[in-house]
Design a protein around this ligand. Structure first.
Ligand code: SAH
Length: 257
């Protein structure tokens, strides 16, 4: 596509890609929490097939690859993220086991009943928790596993400022009890849930962004969309610091039933 017929939307996407390609995580998480979630999943061997949906540049994917056998397909909408993921996997000699592909989690390229495990950290919100659980289920083998993180209210009541923010950003944010019921209604047995500790957000997600924001703003000082992007990320980080007791990411681990 040449620059003349590039839409504003595409340009925003390329900014978001550039911004997030320079950090190792595009969502909150940590190696410990990936491994904790993985500890609830048994039955994996070197024939297992795993999909990591909305894998970004692949930090959780790499942890998964280093602690499982079998093959992982890592899928993301953005080619720049997939290129980076494949580079990182080659550098770690994981390229035989991890295949990064560009794709859409709303239209998955897998065969029915072909996956032992579906993984998705900080990404199912792009399709929506309920729709993702319902649509992805058909790709799991009988008794196959699913492990996802999703935004969750940690208290029944929330101050208006944070409630409004989330209802605008992701109206499917809900309490843990409701999300567990939704998972059961979608045809899964819930095996475990746990909340990501705050360092997954502060040290692993927001702090690395603070480091790259200066240079990003320098490169795009004349572009209001870039300034907006940084402002939004800063506001989100500030809200997290103030309201982290009210919401978080919960890891939901389930099994197809
Ligand atoms: N799992 C990674 C990235 C989380 S950020 C991590 O934990 O670091 C969410 C990711 O979902 C982004 O990489 C974004 O590009 C991807 N994404 C957004 N919409 C998507 C879609 N429709 N299909 C596939 N990936 C999508």
């Amino acid at each position: 596509m040449n620059k003349d017929n590039q839409t504003i939307h595409d340009f925003d996407y390329s900014l978001i890609c550039e911004y997030f390609s320079s950090t190792d995580r595009q969502g909150p998480g940590s190696e410990e929490t990936t491994l904790r979630a993985l500890s609830f999943i048994d039955d994996l061997d070197n024939h297992s097939t795993i999909a990591d949906l909305g894998c970004g540049t692949g930090t959780p994917t790499i942890t998964l690859a280093q602690h499982t056998l079998g093959k992982i397909t890592a899928l993301d909408l953005f080619p720049a993220f997939i290129n980076r993921l494949n580079e990182r996997c080659r550098a770690k000699h994981l390229e035989q086991r991890v295949n990064g592909i560009v794709g859409d989690m709303r239209n998955l390229p897998f065969d029915k009943s072909s996956l032992d495990l579906i993984w998705s950290e900080g990404a199912i919100y792009n399709i929506g928790f309920r729709r993702g659980l319902a649509e992805w289920r058909r790709f799991l083998k009988p008794n196959g596993f699913i492990a996802v993180t999703d935004a969750t209210w940690l208290k029944q009541e929330q101050p208006a400022e944070i409630k409004d923010f989330w209802n605008e950003a992701y109206p499917e944010i809900d309490t843990l009890e409701n999300k567990v019921s939704q998972m059961e209604a979608a045809g899964y047995t819930v095996i475990a849930t746990f909340t990501l500790p705050s360092h997954c957000w502060i040290d692993n997600y927001y702090s690395p962004q603070r480091i790259i924001q200066q240079n990003f703003l320098k490169r795009h000082s004349d572009n209001p969309a870039a300034v907006d992007l940084v402002e939004n990320q800063r506001r989100e980080a500030e809200l997290y610091l103030r309201y982290q007791h009210y919401y978080g990411y919960v890891f939901y681990i389930g099994r197809k039933c």
